[in-house]
Design a protein around this ligand. Sequence first.
Ligand SMILES: *Cc1c(COP(=O)(O)O)cnc(C)c1O
Length: 363
Amino acid sequence: MEQNLRIPGPTPLPQSVREAMSKPMINHRGPEFKSMFDEISGRLQRLHQTTENDILIFPGSGTGAMEAAVVNLFSSGDKVLSVTAGVFGDRFAKIAKAFGLNLDVLSFPWGQAVDPQAVASKLSGMPDAKAVLVTYNETSTAVTHDLGAISKVVKQAGKLLVVDAVSAVGAINLETDNWGCDIVVSGAQKAWMSPPGLAIVCVSKAAWEANKTATLPRYYWDFQPAKTSALKGQTPYTPAITNLYALQEALRLIEAEGMQNVFERHVKMARITREAVKGLGLELFADPAHASNVVTAIRMPKGIDPDEVRKVLRDDYKIIIAGGQQDLKSEIVRIAHLGYFKDADIMAAVNALGEVINLLKKR
Ligand SMILES: *Cc1c(COP(=O)(O)O)cnc(C)c1O
């Protein structure tokens, strides 16, 4: 029986995306590949709301794209500010640290949003910082930071803006050009309605400038050969052709629906989900002013074990929801409304959650 997969990635695939993956292999140096690759790049550019920034696609996951951003922009000892309010913000800081950057971390409580003014005052004391690393949608806490406002203070301070938009771009409005995002990273398995396996990076002119002098070691993730090849409709090394078939079809679906309509669909579904959760008498985890449109985090009542809730949902309802990560493991569950979904699937998940909690309360 098919599961109702309601986790924030991998997200469910439309039927036509699944079918696209059964197409035969093609020569990755031939005209058919070039035509597909150019189409995908053009669509991704439009969906990133940029006219000039480059799209690079690597076989890999979102974390690979984050690492790619770090090794392509910086040299050992470069000063950067990492802004975090959850697991994925912390991950960006860890990657920067692993590569020997001179890191300053600005943290906010989990469930809260990044305060752009705090970023501004932090940056005023960091004149030699090169860049700010930030998460757009913090999937672990179901909070969407105000990237528009954060970008203003980062640009005023004259820093590069490096955005983890893995669970955002494609589902939540992200204005790469207007906001001056220098790097935007994402993974195919979240908003892009595609299988896991592709890391997507969007690179600005200023990021290319930084890339020229960045000396961190890199080979596979090096942006330069990726761009040289992309100009020929190719990739430097063997591309994940099957994953690209899927992405091509998914992007066609997204653009046929219309980017604004896709955003609106997520806004609407998130609102319905939060109302339904509150209707069950349950408490939302995220600050309501910054609640995410792609995932909802729900606090479990006292005495209710989130893992037990998820197990019953899986065994008895075939509904798969996410637990909390790290410190939130015993506190929350998360229901995703990200990418391809039918409203009924999400309502079924919320209603079943209510039933299971009532059942467990009686035990
Ligand atoms: C899922 C996710 C990642 C990590 O992506 P992987 O594809 O699992 O490596 C990074 N950041 C955010 C915000 C995410 O939601």
